[in-house]
Ligand binder design. Structure first.
Ligand code: HEM
Length: 337
């Protein structure tokens, strides 16, 4: 299985189901997911090749990207229109955005609602997907941690699908995900703009200057995180984390621009990892090289192909389809179910 691709599909599906819960719009929701599957990889190239002409050239990739952008916009527009026609809110993400008002009682225009949805999709899908991809990558390389986490998932869930209350009942999984974010922060480079004159390590900075910094490097600073290279979920045991580490650990950024989806992303990653782990094992293919970090919109493990091995599904009381397909289906589809 191409883990990065499957985790993107999973994160995309989780987010669209959170934003659009109207069963009457299920077809539109799937079409939005399909459009974003094309948009996500193309967006990186739009960012790093800032030459308009290159993107306007009639290349197949450009045409696919342009089509997907128009399609996504129009699908979300149709979704907004359907919600407006329905009247009553559904308590989902789109209903909340559509009912939001500023202090003067002014709500978003339809165009602004589309912008909000696009921002959440772009902010929410690749970062959570890469956290999950790195998590399964490190798990496939560390049998001890894997065994421990499988044990916790089995003991807490006993094969059932986890609910939101289970997130706090899976502390070891939380520590392993946090440690994965330390070693492989999905957003590995951040920037900020200086607002007043300041001296930083001998450099004089003026208002308007752009500063780039890297959570990836900060998280691997041996002065803050001793022996930083190996994966060690124990670092995050209660009482083990000091103030300096708390300040240096910034996988979601910090300050006013801190990620708005931090709790959502961690909850999603915990639940998805728990479902996958309690049903299947994602194992290394013998003889294949370890993936390396590849910087795109986010930091991805590439290439990451793992095999899907069932983990005593029958023992855990799962329903198996008459043709026995449950054990063979991709964990992403199991998770989404
Ligand atoms: C583990 C998962 C995630 C990680 C590691 C992550 C990380 C980040 C980081 C580092 C930033 C930039 C902060 C800054 O500029 O200082 C950010 C911004 C943002 N994130 Fe997340 N994020 C995650 C999940 C999510 C999810 C699930 C959503 C939406 C549901 C989301 C929505 C956003 C948005 C809207 C922004 C602001 C973008 C902007 O500045 O325009 N994120 N995230």
């Amino acid at each position: 299985m191409d883990v990065c691709r499957e985790m993107r599909r999973l994160a995309c599906r989780a987010l669209t189901r959170t934003l659009f819960s109207d069963p009457a719009q299920a077809r539109l929701t799937v079409e939005v997911e399909e459009a974003y599957t094309v948009l996500m990889p193309g967006m990186w190239w739009q960012m790093v090749i800032p030459v308009g002409l290159v993107h306007k050239a009639p290349l197949p990739a450009n045409r696919r990207f342009a089509r997907a952008r128009v399609t996504a916009r129009s699908l979300i527009g149709r979704m907004v229109a359907a919600y407006r026609a329905r009247g009553a809110g559904l308590g989902d993400g789109l209903s909340l955005i559509m009912s939001a008002e500023d202090e003067r009682g002014r709500g978003f225009t339809d165009d602004e609602v589309c912008d909000q949805i696009a921002t959440l999709m772009i902010g929410g899908i690749p970062a959570t997907a890469d956290l999950l991809a790195w998590f399964f990558c490190v798990l496939s390389q560390d049998g001890t941690v894997e065994k421990e986490l499988h044990g916790e998932a089995d003991a807490v869930l006993g094969g059932r699908v986890p609910a939101h209350v289970d997130v706090s009942r899976l502390p070891r999984l939380g520590q392993a995900l946090t440690e994965t974010l330390r070693l492989y922060p999905s957003v590995s480079v951040l920037s900020c703009q200086v607002t007043r004159h300041v001296h930083l390590e001998g450099a004089a900075l003026s208002p308007g200057d752009e500063v780039m910094f890297s959570p990836y490097c900060l998280h691997r600073d041996a002065e803050v995180f001793p022996d930083p290279e190996p994966l060690s979920p124990d670092r995050w045991l209660p009482g083990q984390v000091c103030q300096e580490q708390r300040e240096a650990f910034i996988p979601f950024g910090s300050g006013t621009r801190k990620c708005i989806g931090d709790s959502y992303g961690m909850t999603e990653a915990t639940l998805a990892a728990a479902v996958v782990m309690s049903r299947v094992r994602l194992a290394k293919v013998p003889g294949t090289p370890d993936p390396a970090p590849l910087l795109r919109m986010t930091l991805s493990p590439v290439p990451l192909k793992l095999t899907v091995e069932p983990r005593g599904i029958r023992d855990q009381g799962h329903q198996e389809a008459a043709d026995g397909t449950t054990a063979l289906r991709c964990p992403v589809h199991l998770a989404a179910d």
